[in-house]
Design a protein around this ligand. Sequence first.
Ligand code: SF4
Ligand code: SF4
Length: 349
Amino acid sequence: MNRAPLSLPRPWRWRGVLSAALLALFYVLPWLRWNGRQALLLDLTARRFDLFGWTLWPDDVGVLLGLLAVLAVSLALLTHLAGRVWCGHGCPQTLWMRAFDGIARALARWLPARVAGPATRLSWLLLSLWTGITFVGLFSPIQDLLGAATHAGWTGGELFWVLFYSAATYGNAGFLREQVCRSLCPFARLQPLLTDPHTPRMLYDARRGEPRGPRPPALGGVLGRGRGLLDAVTAQDYVFRAAHPLLAGPMPTFSADRLGDCLDCAACVSACPMQLDIRHGPQADCLACGACLEACAQQQHRAGFGPGLVRYCSPQRMAGQARHWWRPRTTALASLLLALLACGAWRLS
Ligand code: SF4
Ligand code: SF4
């Protein structure tokens, strides 16, 4: 059967490219030069911070703290307005987990199974070591660091920090993985303070998807075949029954023409790095990474249904209500950001 090429919403189609670009930026950063010096260098021994031609000295520590405060409040405002885009696309934990997964997938495809496992672990180890060297290269001139590795040898401090960051990379991305987001990350704990029902998040459209189940091929989507959307209460009842079969009792049996658009294929669950089932409703651990959206869009496309069964939108929009861009928390965070910027401008003038 001929189908149009799979069309994903634009931000999600480029998420792999964005991850690769951010990782490349990290590995390139210590090698950039500015006026003959390393462009970005927090040189603790010399007590100077070079930032693309701008040099901060110990008595500029207030400027550095102000810069960090501006970045923190900007991140809070971004999360409030756009959801967990940082967690899903910019956070180092997400980027390195995605890189490790990409390596494992590629080697599993190219190598025989008995070789792929050890080759994956060796590749992870080498990437972690290079990450450790790159990170320490932001604090100790990277050319000297690499020169010392081949000639004089590293100091005890350099060796310790390179090994420490290598082990942290391997441990976080290859071993602890989603537990870092779930149990260790303090930013994840702040989400309820930053978001409200107008903040976008990854959502499953239960009115369209329920009742879920496999169906004969060529049965159209609910909108195409005229079944339409369920009312919200019935849809949530089916979601609850599917999520808690022991509590709610068995699901009724539905004829094929009463089924919703969810094929119950579990592709969204398999794709999720946090091992969540997005169909259970909004979840605090969801990183908004878009993996379930892409997996579901592919399944829906293969079935000949339209996209959007899993989509990134606010609960208000999903319920058909208007979205309010400006809310009390927007005012508070935007005012704080403006105040910090004004203080910075005054201090630097
Ligand atoms: S449910 Fe899982 S796959 Fe979907 S956006 Fe959230 S973390 Fe990513
Ligand atoms: S991938 Fe889509 S169709 Fe498949 S189970 Fe998940 S929500 Fe349903």
